[in-house]
Design a protein around this ligand. Sequence first.
Ligand code: ACM
Ligand code: ZN
Length: 751
Amino acid sequence: MKRTLLFVSMALASIAGFAQPKVSRPGIIPEPQSVEPAEGHVAINARMKYFSNSEGAERAAELFNTFLEANYKLRLEKGTMQNSTLIFSDDEMLPAEGYQLTAVRNKIVLQGHGAGLFYGVQTLQQLVAQTKQLTYVPAVTIKDAPRFAYRGLMLDVGRHFFSVAYVKQFIDVMAHYKLNRFHWHLTEDQGWRIEIKKYPKLQSVASNRKETMMGPYRDGKYDGKPYGGYYTQEEVKDIVKYAGERFITVVPEIEMPGHAQAALAAYPNLGCTGGPYEVSTKWGVHKEVYCAGNDSVYAFLEDVLTEVMPLFPGQYVHIGGDECPKDRWKECPKCQARMKALGLKDEHELQSYFIQRMEKFLNSKGKKIIGWDEILEGGLAPDATVMSWRGEAGGIAAAKQKHDVIMTPNTYLYLDYHQGNPATEPLAIGGYLPLEKVYSYEPYPSSLNAEEQKYIKGVQGNVWTEYIPDAKGVDYFTYPRALALAEIGWSPASKKDYASFTSRLQSALQDLDKRGVNFRIPEAAGAEDMVVSGPKTTVTLQPIPGASIFYTLDGTQPSPNGKAYAAPFNISPAQNETVTLKYIVVLPSGRSSAVYSNTYTRKAFKNAQPVNPTRKGVQFSVYSKTFVQAKQTGAGTADSTGTLPDFSIRPFMHREKYGVSFEGYIRIDESGLYEFRTNSDDGSVLAVDDEVIVDNDGEHGAVEKTGMIPLLKGFHKIRVQYFNAGGAQQLQVGAGLKGKQSINLRNALFH
Ligand code: ACM
Ligand code: ZN
C-alpha cells in the first residue's frame, strides 16, 4: 500500500502587542544546527539600509538584494554601520560553511565567511515572509554549520544530454538547499559529452548515437532518431565558474575502464578487439571496455585528463571504475600478457592496476581520485576516495581500510528509482524510493566505530538518466527527494524528524514552483487506502499550500474542470464494496499531479473462531518442488511437516526451490482494524479466517504489501503461503492494530 505524506500545518506564531500582524514561521530546509525563535519580527522595507564590511559580505548583500527585487520589488540601499539594520559581516572565525544569523530588536545581523555568508543568505531568503501589510523576518537566532563536508548530487548527461541553461538551473536549486558538490557524469557508453581538442572524433563520433532504445530495458523498440550533444570547453568553464560562485565544486567523471563504448566507437584501437564499435543505443552494462594491456589507452586517457584537469579547479576527478565486465580482458592477448608481466592473479587485479596507474598520473598533477565501489576489487588505489553505490558495503569496507567514503547507496539515494506507485509514475529504471525512505537514510553505518566513521565524508544522490529524457524529468525525479538528501547531508542527526521535514517542505515546494521546477507533486495528506467497518467514513484531504484538489468517487478520471475539493466529504461503501477516490493536485501555476487513487473498502468485523488453542506456534507443510505461485502450496502430500514459533523460512532455506504453507490461529486481544504485512521474495499470500488479506504472490524480488481487516477479539485462523523459485529468499510477516505497535507474533500464534 502506498503511504501518503503527512503534512503538518505550520503553527502561526502571534505577536504580542497592539495592532501587530500575525507572523508565520517559515520552515528552513535543511534544518539548521540551532534555531531559537523569539518574540516579534524585523520588518523589511524601503527604509531599511544594509551594511557590509568586505567584498565577500557585499556579494552576500547583493545576492539578498537581487532576491528582494525579484520577489518583493524592493532594493535596499547601503548605509553606514551606524544607520543600517541589516548587517552582512565577514567573520573568518566561524566554522567552514557555517554562519550565524540573528533577527532581534529591529536588526538583522548575518555573520559568516565565503560559503558561510552565502548559506546565511539562503536561510535569510527562506525566512522572509509577507502578509498584506508587511514583509518581514521573524525574530530568531540561528547558529548553523553542516554535518558533512560533501553534499552532492550527480547528474548523468551521458544517457541524455542537458543544456547549459538547465545545468545552471540545476546548480541554482542545489545551492539554495546548501548542496555543495555537483558530480557531472560526462562519459558513457551512449555518449561522450565533453570536448577534448586533441581527439576530435570524441566530438564528431562519440557524442552521437544513431538511435535510442525506448521503453523498458530489453523489450523496448528503437526510436530511429539520432541523438547527441556535448559541452565545449568554454561551456564547461562557464558552468564551473557559475557553480563556483554558488560555492559548488564540480566533480567531473571520466569513466574508465568500463562504460567506454562511445570512446571506442571513435577510437577502436582503444578496445581489446579493435572493433568496429558503435556508440551504444541501449542501456545496461557493456562488455566493450578499454584494453588494459595497451599503452596507447593510458596515453589517450592521460591526454584526455590533461585537458580535463585545468577546467575543474576542484581537487577531485572521478574515474568511474564501476561495472567493467572482464570478458574481453580474459580473451585479449595484450591484457593477458600485461597480467603475466606484472604477476597479477586475476582480471580484478588488472582493473586495480589500471586504476592505480591513472591515480598515479592524477596525483602527480595534484589531483585525487574518486571511484565507484568496484575499485575495492583487486585492491584499492592508495589515496582513492570510494563512492559506495551498491548499498553501503563498499563504503564500510573502504572506511575500515582508512579511505575516505562518499555514501550514495542505491538502496536510499538513487533518485532515478520510482518515488510512488509505478502505475501512475513515469517509466523508471525500477526500485522504489519514496521521499520518506530517502529521508530515513543515516550515513554513518552502525557497523563502523567512531574512528572509522570519520572517513564518511558525506552523501550524494544520483540522477541516472536512462529513463529521463528531458529536463522536466530530471526535475521530477530529483525533487522533492533531493531536499531530503540536503537535510541528511547538512542537519545534525538529532534534528532529523520526518513530520517536521514534511511541514517545512510546504514552503520549499512553493519556492520550487516559483522557480519553475517540475517537482513531483505530493499526494494529498489524509488520502490513504483504508478498510472501514462502519457505513460512513469522513475523508479530509489537504494539498500543499495554495494547491487545489479535484476528485471523483465513481471511477472516472478527475479533471480541473470537475469537482473541486472544498470540505471534508463522506464515503459510504456498501458492505464488502469498495469506493475508489481518484484525485489530482493542481498547483497555482496550473501544473497537475498524476492521478492518484485510494480505495475505501467496507468490511464487516470478523467474528472470532470458536476455539481455544493452547499450543504455541504454527504448523507448517513444506514441498520441495517448483512453484510459480504461493497459493499453489498446501495441496497434496508434504515432504515434511511440523511446528514453528512463527512464519520463519529459515529451516527451509537450504532447499533451492520449494513452497511452504503455515497454518494456525492468531490471538487478537483487542477488537479493531488490523493491518497485516508481508515482505517476501518470491511470492506469498496471507489469509485470515480463509479470506486473503495480503496478496503478495508471483515470482519477484523483495516486495512489501499490506492489507487490512476488522477483527473482533479472540482467535482467528491465519494462513501464510510462500514459495521460492530460486535466488534470494525472504519472508517477513507483521500484524498489528492500524497505527499502533505491531504484535509480537511469537506470543500470539497458536495451533
Ligand atoms: C552505478 O550505478 N553504476 C555507479
Ligand atoms: Zn585488452
